[in-house]
Design a protein around this ligand. Structure first.
Ligand code: F6P
Length: 364
């Protein structure tokens, strides 16, 4: 028995822990394991590395992925030349499956977010045995209680919110911390609660300039001459759009968000006599060693993926459900984002401790 593994989409802490979990569990069963380089790109181009006990030794503590990844390599709409330039999309999924079969790979573990899992689902429908493992710092996949990578990103974001408090207080400033998260505000929301953010701005709750200004003025009236604003990169005004920082051709979701915090700073400074400073965390949130929770979750997901293969339950994704590793079909897992809702526990919690959301319509 030989299985393959790939990591696709944006990297995050915990990917190596899954690679290690899959490899060690498979080796114990006497199987061979190969890791494809750079996500689906390695499957199309036939580039891989054998994974044995030595190859995965010591990697549980490392961020990133030893296999490499790509967020533009989709075998069903392939746009990459060997040197990476963009051309007209071509369906190379037949070549991908042929390569897998020629190598004797009997099943593929695809580790990734919605884009990677969508491709895994298509390969499954094409007849190749696949299982998926959910990854993303955004924690926006609806079919699992949590994805690995999220806790590690939260650690970085919360430390940043903690660290801006003293400088905000010393200078009587408004400090604005911008987190990642794409179209879901979970990183900003949870780190905002954990770090004691005063105003939390999310993609799911469009902000109103006057309500942000009022929240800062209210604090000043209460003698608090500094404020901490935690902004998700997807936050947008009630009458406007998200802030796009670049467009990545060939990516399943070409829009890259970023920079909304500068707009927030300028709207605050226009309305209140106060200085603002901005910290955009960006890819810092995807780096560093995975937290113990992410290492545990990623290892559990890896081992469960091997169990699914042994049971021949293909076309499924491992998922955490009430602290137990279970699985759902890829059909159920893909295309449904889990976003913040106004009545969720986190919003109620934040409101109860006095945080606001730049929109007075969200009341307790
Ligand atoms: O989905 C993970 C994520 O880090 C998002 O939070 C962010 O918007 C995006 O990926 C950044 O992508 P890239 O690494 O291509 O800049």
């Amino acid at each position: 028995m030989k299985i393959g593994i790939l990591t696709g989409g944006g990297d995050c802490p915990g990917l190596n822990a899954v690679v290690r979990g899959v490899t060690k569990a498979a080796l114990k069963k006497g199987w061979d394991v190969v890791g494809f380089r750079d996500g689906y790109k390695g499957v199309v181009e036939g580039r891989f590395m054998p994974l044995d006990d030595k190859a995965v030794s010591g990697i549980i503590i490392r961020g990133g992925t030893i296999l490499g990844t790509s967020n533009t390599a989709n075998p069903f709409a392939y746009t990459l030349e060997p040197l990476g330039s963009v051309k007209a999309p071509k369906d190379l999924s037949g070549l991908a499956v042929k390569n897998l079969k020629n190598m004797g790979v009997k099943a593929l573990v695809a580790i990734g977010g919605d884009g990677t899992l969508n491709i895994a689902y298509k390969l499954h429908k094409k007849g190749f045995p696949v299982v998926g493992v959910p990854k993303t710092i955004d924690n926006d996949l609806s079919a699992t209680d949590v994805t690995f990578g999220f806790d590690s990103a939260l650690k970085v974001a919360t430390e940043a919110v903690d660290n801006v408090h003293t400088t905000a207080e010393s200078h009587h400033r408004v400090m604005i911390v911008e987190t990642m998260g794409r179209y879901a505000g979970w990183i900003a929301l949870r780190s905002g609660i954990a770090g004691g953010g005063d105003i939390i701005l999310l993609p799911e709750i469009p902000y109103i300039a006057g309500d942000i200004v009022k929240a800062i003025n209210d604090r000043r009236r209460r003698g608090k001459h500094f404020s901490i604003v935690v902004v998700s990169e997807g936050a947008r005004p009630e009458d406007g759009e998200m802030t796009v920082s670049r467009v990545v051709e060939g990516s399943p979701d070409p829009l890259r968000l970023g920079g909304v915090s500068y707009k927030i700073a300028s709207l605050i400074e226009k309305n209140i006599e106060v200085e603002c400073r901005v910290v955009v965390l960006g890819h810092l949130q995807r780096g560093g060693s995975p937290t113990p929770f992410d290492r545990w979750l990623a290892t559990g997901f890896g081992v469960s993926a091997v169990d699914l293969i042994e049971q021949k339950r293909f076309g499924r994704m491992v998922a955490l459900n009430r602290y137990s590793c279970q699985s759902v079909t890829l059909a159920e897992a893909v295309g449904k984002l889990r976003r913040v809702t106004p009545d969720c526990l986190e919003i109620r919690t934040a409101l109860s401790v006095g945080s606001t959301f730049g929109n007075a319509g969200i009341v307790k």
